[in-house]
Design a protein around this ligand. Sequence first.
Ligand code: HCA
Ligand code: CU
Length: 408
Amino acid sequence: VGRFKIIESTLREGEQFANAFFDIDTKIKIAKALDNFGVDYIELTSPVASQASYDDCKAICQLGLKAKILTHVRCNMEDAKKAVECGVDGVDLVIGTSSFLREYSHGKSMDMIRSIALEVIDYVKSKGVEVRFSSEDSFRSNLVDILHLYQACDKAGVDRVGVADTVGGATPRMVYDLIRTLRGCVGCDIETHFHDDTGCAVANAHSALEAGATHVDTSVLGIGERNGITPLGALMARMVVTAPDYVKSKYNLKALKSLETLVADAVQVNIPFNNPVTGFCHTYLVPANLEIGIAGIHAKAILANPSTYEIIDPHDFGMTRYVSINSRITGWNAVKARIEQLGLGSEFSDDQVKEVYGSPLFSAVFHCTGDIDTMRRTAKIKQMADIRPLAIDDTDSIIRSYHLDLQV
Ligand code: HCA
Ligand code: CU
């Protein structure tokens, strides 16, 4: 599980996302940001797709990035030739092996698939280029058929075989079983690709690694066909817990948020509110770089030792912990921490902190005048939070005006 590689497919699978249209400048920005993050491979749309795809693929190959550049093509000679022509480090070949795809898409038998695959693999290898062979819709393909096919590819010297959950229906246990079996059949690396239709894309990737897979396909924010694939950020959140030393030393986690923002802007979506590490619930109440919000009832323990309620240290991702105090369930310790963050710690005694915090006993007598300034002057945090949701600057102004009153 510990040592895995990322095949970052924002510029291939991600281009199949409904909103995605990347011009060359955007592609280059994203490729550089992915490279800076430290992904092992960057996968690009097939150069056969369009003239711009061809030109852009060539241009990205010439950027001199540390990441290896791959392109993703159908498993046939013409496509493979175009791919090699672009100067890529590797070619990802794909062909459908499920009965659905064989019947409704390309109409080829398993024997035909096998002989084409071997011919194309041989060609790409002869050009000194890395090659992967993947069976699309692997989980709805005949197990014996695909194992034989992968074994033949392995013998032919393929660098990786790929397993794809094209329709997003696999469970972590199905993944574990298939990868475990495949691991016993081939010596080459095993790449995996999981769609998220049933919400299992991260769990499936983790299961695959546990069973002996070596490579995981990701995209930034998971963008891809339908609701996409394993998101890079969520996989990082998962793997920094599973394999902390490897993940922290290999990937530039502090660059995750800016990478996600870049891609979110490019495809005009918001970062999902519940996104691991960088989502809205962490960043909502955040001035500058204070991040990770935690509800009030857990604030005391969090402040004493963050690990009490946190599996991930936000600092690993370049963020600071922000303990939300804008709630009626907040405890006075959280208010004290905020006062300290505001640089006023030395000027408040514990009794004064408790006073500005406000005892719940007084909430019955507190009247909302409707005038926000009067409310700010007279309200205590607790009472006000019982009336309406508070914003960060509400509590800050309550603290500051109390502090001013202390000085007169
Ligand atoms: C596609 C389908 C694919 C391929 C995955 C792979 C899938 O767009 O060609 O090459 O391993 O989900 O099956 O993305
Ligand atoms: Cu896919």
